[in-house]
Design a binder for this molecule. Structure first.
Ligand code: GLT
Ligand code: MN
Ligand code: MN
Length: 389
C-alpha cells in the first residue's frame, strides 16, 4: 500500500531501538514479544519507511558483552544499515538500568559511581560517533530522589553541571560534531527527578561552559505527566534556539509514562504540534519514543510504527489546509486587526514614550466589550481536523 501518507526517509522519522524493540514487559508482567536483535529491528524500520534508528549503548551492545559478541553485533548492525539505508542520527547512554545507578549517575553521592558514569558516557559517545550520530541525548533516568534527606539538591545540580562541562570538552577534544539534547521528566523511576521540565533545563543550560552545544529533547508524555502544555515547552525551546531533538508519543495527563503511539490520545494537540514544527521549519529528526500496546505481536509493532508516522503526515496535510483555508485565515486576520493607533507606544523604552503612554486615555470598557470569536475559530479547527471542512 502506498499513498500520500506513506512515510519516506525524507520525512526524517526515527525510532529508538528500545521502542520498536520493546517486548511488552511492564511492572506487572513479563515479555509478550520475542526480543529481536538490533539488526532485525533495523530491517523492520527499513520496511516501514523510517529514516533513522537511535540507540543507547546497551541497546546495541549488552553491558556484559565479550569483545567477540560486540564485534559480531556491530558487523550485523552495520550490514543492516547499509542494506536498508537507515541512518543513526542520535545516540545516548543507558544510565538507569544497571544497579550501579540505583541512586543516580551524574548526581550520585558516590564519587565512584559519578566517575564510572563519565567513563560509560565517553565510551557510548565513541560508539555513537562511529555511526555518525550528531545528536547526543541525556535523559537523567535515575537523577533524583525518594527522600530529600538523601541528597543536597544544589550539590546535585553542581555535579550534573560539572559532568556536562566535562563531556562537552571531551566531545570537542575528540573532534565530534555532537550537540547535546537534555530530556526532562518529572518523576518515574525516581520519586522526583531533578530538572523536571523542559523549562527547567532551559534555565540550567545557560549556566554551562558551552551553552551553544547544549539544547533540549522535549517529550510529549513527560510534559503531560507534569500537567503542562507540550506545545508551549517546544515553542520556548525553539525560540531559544534549543530545540535540538524531539520525542514524539502520546498519553493523557496525570498518568505514568505510557509512551503511546503518536496521536493515540490527543489528536488536537498532535495537530498543533505538527503545525508548529512544520510552520517554523524544524529540521531535526521526528523521533518516536513510544512503543506498541502490550497486546501486539510484531505485525502490531509495525502497525504502531506506521501509525505514528501516518498521523504525523496527515496532521502535516491538515496544517497546510489550515494555512490555505480562507475562512480561518480571514478570522485570524480579524482577531489580530490593528488600527495602528498604538504604534507610537510600541517597541523599546524611551522616557518620552513612557510619558506619552501614561498620559493616554484608554476606553477600557469599550476595549473589553469586544467578543473575540475564539469559539468560532476553535470549532473551525475541530471541523478541519475531523475532515468536514
Ligand atoms: C527511556 C525513557 C525515554 C528516553 C530514552 C533515552 S530511554 O525509554 O523513557 O524517555 O528518551 O534515554
Ligand atoms: Mn516517555
Ligand atoms: Mn524520551
Amino acid at each position: 500500500m502506498s499513498d500520500k501518507y506513506t512515510p519516506k526517509p525524507e520525512h526524517k522519522f526515527t525510532f529508538g531501538l528500545w521502542t520498536v524493540g520493546n517486548t511488552g514487559h511492564d511492572a506487572f508482567g513479563g515479555d509478550v514479544r520475542p526480543k529481536l536483535s538490533p539488526a532485525e529491528l533495523v530491517y523492520l524500520l527499513g520496511e516501514v519507511g523510517a529514516y533513522g534508528v537511535n540507540f543507547h549503548d546497551n541497546d546495541l551492545i549488552p553491558i556484559d558483552a565479550t569483545p567477540g559478541e560486540r564485534a559480531a553485533i556491530l558487523k550485523a548492525f552495520k550490514k543492516a544499515l547499509s542494506d536498508t539505508g537507515v541512518v543513526v542520527p542520535m545516540a545516548t547512554t543507558n544510565l538507569f538500568a544497571d544497579p550501579i545507578f540505583k541512586d543516580g549517575a551524574f548526581t550520585s553521592n558516590d564519587a565512584k559511581v559519578r566517575a564510572y558514569t563519565l567513563q560509560k558516557t565517553m565510551n557510548a559517545m565513541d560508539l555513537g560517533a562511529e555511526f555518525g550520530a550528531e545528536v547526543y541525548v541525556f535523559w537523567g533516568g535515575r537523577e533524583g530522589i525518594e527522600s530529600d534527606a538523601t541528597k543536597d539538591p544544589v550539590e546535585s545540580l553542581k555535579r550534573f553541571r560539572e559532568a556536562l562541562n566535562f563531556l562537552c570538552d571531551y566531545s570537542i577534544d575528540q573532534g565530534y560534531s555532537y550537540k547535546f539534547a537534555l530530556e526532562a521528566k518529572p518523576n518515574e523511576p525516581r520519586g522526583d527527578m531533578y530538572l523536571p521540565t523542559t523549562g527547567a533545563y532551559l534555565g540550567f543550560i545557560a549556566t554551562l561552559d558551552h551553552p551553544e552545544m547544549v539544547g533540549v529533547n522535549p517529550e510529549v508524555a513527560h510534559e503531560h505527566m507534569a500537567g503542562l502544555n507540550f506545545l508551549h515547552a517546544v515553542a520556548q525551546a525553539y525560540e531559544a534556539g534549543k530545540l535540538f531533538h524531539i520525542d514524539l508519543n502520546d498519553q493523557n495527563y496525570a498518568r505514568f509514562d505510557q509512551d503511546w503511539r503518536f496521536g493515540a490520545q490527543n489528536l488536537k494537540q498532535a495537530f498543533y504540534l505538527v503545525k508548529f514544527l512544520e510552520d517554523v521549519g524544524y529540521e531535526g529528526s521526528r523521533h518516536y519514543d513510544a512503543h506498541a500496546y502490550r497486546t501486539e505481536d510484531y505485525q502490531g509493532v509495525k502497525d504502531f510504527a506506521l501509525g505514528c508516522m501516518r498521523t504525523y503526515l496527515i496532521m502535516k496535510e491538515k496544517a497546510e489546509q489550515f494555512k490555505q483555508d480562507a475562512e480561518i485565515q480571514a478570522l485570524i486576520a480579524e482577531i489580530n486587526a490593528d488600527d495602528g493607533s498604538m504604534d507610537t507606544f510600541k517597541g523599546a523604552y524611551s522616557a518620552d514614550k513612557a510619558a506619552a503612554l501614561k498620559a493616554h486615555s484608554f476606553d477600557r470598557v469599550a476595549i473589553a466589550s469586544r467578543g473575540l470569536k475564539y469559539e468560532k475559530l476553535d470549532q473551525m479547527v475541530n471541523e478541519l481536523i475531523l475532515g468536514v471542512s
